[in-house]
Ligand binder design. Structure first.
Ligand code: AMP
Ligand code: MG
Length: 272
C-alpha cells in the first residue's frame, strides 16, 4: 500500500463536486480486505505516533485536521482509531456543537480560531466552521446573503493559517443514507449505545438532499492547494480509518521533519 494511492480522494481546486458520483462503499485504493487492513492500520498508527513525536520535538509546523460528515459517519470513530498510537499530550480535539449565546454574539470564526494548533501541535476539529455553511444553510439559521459570503472568508482564514505554518487536511466522511439508517438502528438495538442516539437527529434525515447540496458547494468552493478536502468513502469503517490514516501519514511525511540538533557536544558531557 502506498499513501499516494489515496490521493484520488482529494478534491482538486475549483472542481464541481458531485457526491452522487462518489461511491461511499468503494475500497478502490487498497487491494486487500478488512482483515489485511487491520494490520496495515496498526503499522500506520505506529508511523503516526513517530511523526507526531517529531512534530512535537521540531516545533516548526502546526497541523489542523477538520472532520465533517453526517451523523454516524464516524467522526468519533476516526479520532479513536486513527490516533491510537499518538501521545495524547500533542493532540487536542475540539468539538463544535450548536453555538452558545456568547459564541453567537461573535463572528462565526471566533470560536474556531481559538482552537487552532500551536507549534508542534495537532488539532482535530470534530465539526468545524463548515457547520456555518452546512446546518446553518440547510435550516436558514442566518440569511442567505450572510452564509453566501462565508466561503470566501473561510478560504481567507485557512490561507492565513497556512501562511503562518499550519498544514491543513479536511476530511468529509461520506456515508450513504442507507448506511446511516443501519447505524442508527444499531444504536437503538444496543443499550450501551443509547447514549449516542439522539431522537432529534432523526428529522435531519429528511434534509439529506439539502445537506448533500450544501456539502457539494462547500467542497467545491473551499478545497484549495493549501487546505484540501478529501472525500472519504465511509460506509466501511475499516476503509474509512485506513484512508484517513494513510492520507495523514502521507501529509506528515511530506513535511520532511527532523529532530532538532542539540547545541551541545554530547561527547564532551560527563554525567557524574
Ligand atoms: P454532535 O456532533 O452529533 O454532537 O452534534 C452537534 C450538533 O451541533 C450537530 O447537529 C450540528 O449540526 C450542530 N452544530 C454545530 N455547529 C453549529 C452551528 N454553527 N450552528 C448550528 N448548529 C451547529
Ligand atoms: Mg449527533
Amino acid at each position: 500500500m502506498k499513501t499516494e494511492d489515496f490521493d484520488r480522494y482529494r478534491v482538486r481546486p475549483s472542481t464541481n463536486v458531485s457526491l452522487k458520483k462518489a461511491d461511499p462503499a468503494e475500497t478502490g485504493a487498497f487491494s486487500g480486505g478488512k482483515d489485511e487492513a487491520a494490520g496495515v492500520l496498526g503499522e500506520l498508527n505506529k508511523k503516526l505516533g513517530g511523526l507526531q513525536e517529531l512534530l512535537y520535538a521540531e516545533r516548526r509546523h502546526k497541523v489542523l485536521i477538520v472532520l465533517q460528515g453526517m451523523d454516524t459517519a464516524g467522526k468519533d470513530g476516526v479520532i479513536r482509531r486513527v490516533f491510537e498510537g499518538v501521545n495524547p499530550q500533542g493532540v487536542k480535539v475540539s468539538g463544535f456543537k450548536a453555538p452558545t449565546a456568547e459564541e453567537l454574539a461573535h463572528d462565526y470564526l471566533w470560536r474556531v480560531h481559538r482552537c487552532v494548533p500551536g507549534q508542534g501541535e495537532i488539532a482535530i476539529f470534530n465539526r468545524s466552521h463548515y457547520e456555518d455553511v452546512l446546518v446553518v444553510r440547510v435550516h436558514d439559521l442566518v440569511p442567505k446573503e450572510v452564509w453566501k459570503t462565508r466561503y470566501e472568508s473561510i478560504n481567507a482564514f485557512e490561507k492565513t493559517l497556512h501562511q503562518e505554518g499550519t498544514a491543513i487536511l479536511k476530511f468529509f466522511l461520506h456515508i450513504s443514507k442507507e448506511e446511516q439508517k443501519k447505524r442508527l438502528q444499531a444504536r437503538l438495538d444496543d443499550e450501551t449505545k443509547h447514549w449516542k442516539f439522539n431522537p432529534a437527529d432523526l428529522p435531519e434525515r429528511k434534509f439529506w438532499d439539502a445537506y448533500m447540496k450544501a456539502y457539494e458547494e462547500a467542497l467545491s468552493r473551499t478545497s484549495t492547494d493549501e487546505a484540501p478536502w478529501y472525500i472519504v468513502p465511509s460506509d466501511k469503517k475499516w476503509y474509512r480509518n485506513l484512508t484517513v490514516s494513510a492520507l495523514l501519514v502521507g501529509a506528515l511525511e511530506a513535511l520532511h521533519m527532523e529532530y532538532p540538533k542539540g547545541d551541545f557536544d554530547p561527547r564532551k558531557i560527563v554525567i557524574e
